[in-house]
Design a protein around this ligand. Structure first.
Ligand code: DAK
Length: 261
């Protein structure tokens, strides 16, 4: 692939958007390659993904403004759909995805980070939705996901003013979970991914689905979604092993890795 790298480290998959000359901006090729990369993730082996950008300056500086500038209405809609489909695929991907935001996360860059389950960032990270300054609305889900993550008041302020915010403010408003020095970011992401990967994989997947689907439903329906996904765990060997291990009073016994079955 030209712009997307995929590396496997044990049970963790690391996807790097690598188009450094354009600060990793998302053109059609990047979006298509991201989609293909997700096709290639081995869900039997991989238990958590990390999404990051190449270099020390930018995670993703947005959709490619050069490519967008000449789009017709129909082409704009097609480009928006291509982005929305791949972002939604990340959001609903069966396993958790951590965004390791290593610099600019503007427009489509902020939006792709918001389609991930968890965001952590480097101290030099900058988030923003600059679209209204370009004469457009956020087009890759920004109007929807930002309001759900930081609340409608803060989302409206960020989007209407098109003002960028730094890592400390992103942390304060809950857009990111933690901020690290740049050189520690990937190690922190990998450490978190490894902790997730150690837990029962089917249970983790069901938690992702329960949280995502539940957020789109009313509370009564959401609790039924949770009940069903909870029930499903009782058909797994991992549940049987995990509970039997807890109940076993032999303190010498070492816990074995969950088997994803
Ligand atoms: N697109 C294309 N190229 C970009 C880019 C981008 N978003 N951001 C940076 N680059 C390129 C620059 O043009 C420059 O290229 P060369 O001149 O070297 O060839 C190179 O990356 C380095 O950038 P700078 O020279 O500008 O670097 P600085 O450090 O001075 O500034 C910056 C860094 C991030 C502050 C600045 O590059 C910047 O403001 N970039 C644009 C950020 C931005 O506005 N991003 C949001 C884009 S809008 C929709 C679908 C999607 C969207 C909307 C609607 N539908 C179809 C409904 C999404 C919209 C967006 O994401």
């Amino acid at each position: 692939m030209e712009f997307v790298l995929y590396e496997v480290k044990g049970q963790i998959g690391i996807i790097t958007i690598s188009r450094e000359k354009a600060l990793n901006a998302l053109n059609s090729t990047v979006l298509e390659e991201l989609d293909k990369t997700l096709d290639n993730v081995d869900l039997q082996e991989i238990r958590c993904l990390i999404l990051t950008g190449a270099g020390q300056k930018s995670f993703v500086a947005g959709a490619d403004i050069g490519e967008m500038s000449t789009l017709t209405k129909a082409e704009g809609e097609a480009f928006g759909k291509k982005g929305n489909d791949v972002f939604r695929r990340i959001e609903t991907f069966p396993i958790p995805v951590i965004a390791a935001v290593n610099g600019f996360a503007l427009g489509g860059g902020c939006e792709i980070s918001m389609s991930c389950d968890i965001r952590i960032c480097s101290e030099n990270a900058v988030f923003g939705q600059p679209e209204t300054g370009l004469g457009i609305t956020p087009g890759f889900g920004g109007t929807q996901r930002l309001a759900r993550i930081v609340g409608p008041g803060m989302a409206k302020q960020m989007i209407y003013t098109a003002r960028n915010i730094k890592a400390d403010e992103a942390l304060r408003i809950g857009l990111v979970n933690a901020v690290y020095p740049q050189e520690e970011l990937m190690a922190a992401a990998e450490k978190m991914a490894a902790v997730i990967a150690k837990n029962a994989p089917i249970a983790v997947r069901n938690c992702k689905k329960a949280i995502n689907d539940g957020l789109e439903a009313g509370m009564d329906e959401a609790l039924v979604i949770e009940e069903k996904l909870f029930g499903d765990c009782f058909e797994t060997e991992d549940q049987k092993y995990g509970m039997a291990f807890f109940l076993d009073k032999n303190k010498e016994k070492v816990k074995e890795p969950f088997k994803n079955v």
